[in-house]
Design a protein around this ligand. Structure first.
Ligand SMILES: [Zn+2]
Length: 425
């Protein structure tokens, strides 16, 4: 087998600043659009960020049409509803205002209305065909209202395939928004648990891309266009990941506990985008790969501050619940790097033994989980050891991310990691 010898570094343009949402009309005009679909969820439909966005677009003479039917933790069915709206509306530009669910729904609406195809055509294999996006998409601007997914900087759209109860996604460089507007005013009203879960998602993005399999240990693609968006850790993604780990660890508790802490909130929205630049190129690994069945197989769990009309494990929660168990297991692949990650989180690692690297990093994560009121392991959101085989079966198809584990992982390994994630304290 030939190993990879190249990596690429792509990202969206970013505009940052309190109040920067007011410039979206100007930005969309620069991108040349005249009729724009504004994508959001029902809870944000009448919120300030959405109203400012619509007003700014209309001031610039742009025909702005609101679509407010995004489902939080979207499904193929909710994507299809947005795609239908986009196809019938004949838009030449898209704006998403909201969390990752709204931004991902915008990407799908743009893709399938621009290059119509069978729904599974562009979906990641083995569930879909993984067909590459045929060309550039119409202009897209993402305005996050959570400091979390980093979806404003990535070419990834995640959804739940209803009939299989499996999370999967579409991953391609062309799905990256042309511009992300990071406006800390838009994250002031996040409910406490939303701030905690989205912030822990950022932390895990950064820790996972920092510890992912290095790009030069991945098999080389047969042709350059087959090089995956998630390429493995590389020297440039490391910089973004390391800085994001530092910023989140220093500010997440303040940002969650005091929504009026402007500095902490600003640092979190910047860290989310920085982690997105890192993992959008390097990828994530097991905490995310294992999170998809954890959220897909939910029975009756509902989290504070999230919609209560359907059972839901927030994405960031489903990720962070696996993270300590994963890092205890992956640390032996590269103890120095796991210790460095703990150090970036503020842990004094002087004199630490390499064999303790996993425990040290896991403990640092667990301390933040406890402080923020995250449930104590998968057991606390309704899973038991009897679910482990199904959770493993739901993880294995997430090949692109499972393959970036720094240690090759077998079904038995996954079983052991899930059992370790049942309870932490
Ligand atoms: Zn995530």
């Amino acid at each position: 087998m030939q190993f990879e010898t190249a990596f690429t570094m792509d990202t969206s343009s970013i505009k940052y600043g309190p109040g920067a949402t007011r410039e979206v009309g100007h930005d969309m005009r620069q991108l040349g659009a005249r009729r724009v679909m504004v994508v959001t969820d029902p809870r944000l439909a009448h919120s300030e960020p959405v109203e400012i966005t619509l007003a700014s677009l209309r001031e610039q003479g742009i025909d702005a049409v609101l679509f407010d039917q995004v489902r939080v933790e979207p499904t193929d069915l909710s994507f299809k509803e947005a795609i239908r709206f986009a196809t019938e509306g004949r838009f030449d530009g898209f704006v998403a205002v909201g969390g990752g669910s709204s931004i991902d729904t915008m990407k799908a609406a743009n893709l399938y209305s621009t290059y119509p195809a069978d729904f599974l055509a562009y979906v990641n294999p083995p569930i879909g065909e993984g067909r590459p996006v045929p060309g550039p998409l119409k202009p897209m601007i993402a305005i996050p209202t959570t400091a979390g997914t980093g979806s404003e900087t990535t070419g990834v759209a995640i959804f739940d395939l209803t009939e299989m109860h499996a999370k999967t996604g579409i991953r391609h460089r062309a799905l990256r928004p042309h511009l992300g507007i990071l406006d800390p005013e838009n994250t002031r009203t996040m409910p406490r648990m939303v701030a905690a879960c989205s912030g822990l998602d950022v932390l895990s993005h950064a820790l996972e891309s920092f510890t992912a399999l290095p790009y030069h240990r991945r098999p080389a693609p047969e042709r350059p266009e087959l090089r995956p968006a998630y390429q493995g850790a590389n020297p440039i993604s490391d910089i973004w990941a390391a800085q994001a780990i530092r910023m989140v660890s220093a500010h997440i508790v303040r940002a969650v506990e005091d929504p009026n802490d402007d500095e902490a909130r600003s640092q979190m929205i910047l860290a989310a985008a920085m982690a997105g630049v890192g993992f959008g190129n390097a990828g994530v690994h097991l905490p995310h790969g294992m999170s998809y069945p954890v959220s897909g197989m939910v029975r009756d769990y509902v989290a504070d501050g999230y919609p209560s009309d359907h059972p839901l494990v927030p994405h960031g929660m489903s990720v962070i619940l696996n993270a300590p168990a994963v890092f205890r297991w992956t640390a032996s692949a590269d103890p120095a790097r796991h210790l460095q990650a703990a150090e970036l989180m503020g842990v004094d690692v002087r004199g630490a033994a390499p064999e303790d690297a996993g425990t040290i990093l896991a403990d640092a994560i667990i301390r933040i989980m406890q402080r923020l009121g995250i449930p104590n392991g998968l057991g606390a959101i309704g899973y038991t050891p009897a679910d482990v085989d199904a959770l493993v079966a739901g993880t294995l198809p997430q090949r692109a991310v499972v393959g970036l584990s720094p240690r090759p992982v077998s079904p038995d390994d996954l079983r052991a990691i899930f059992l370790d994630a049942m309870r932490y304290w």
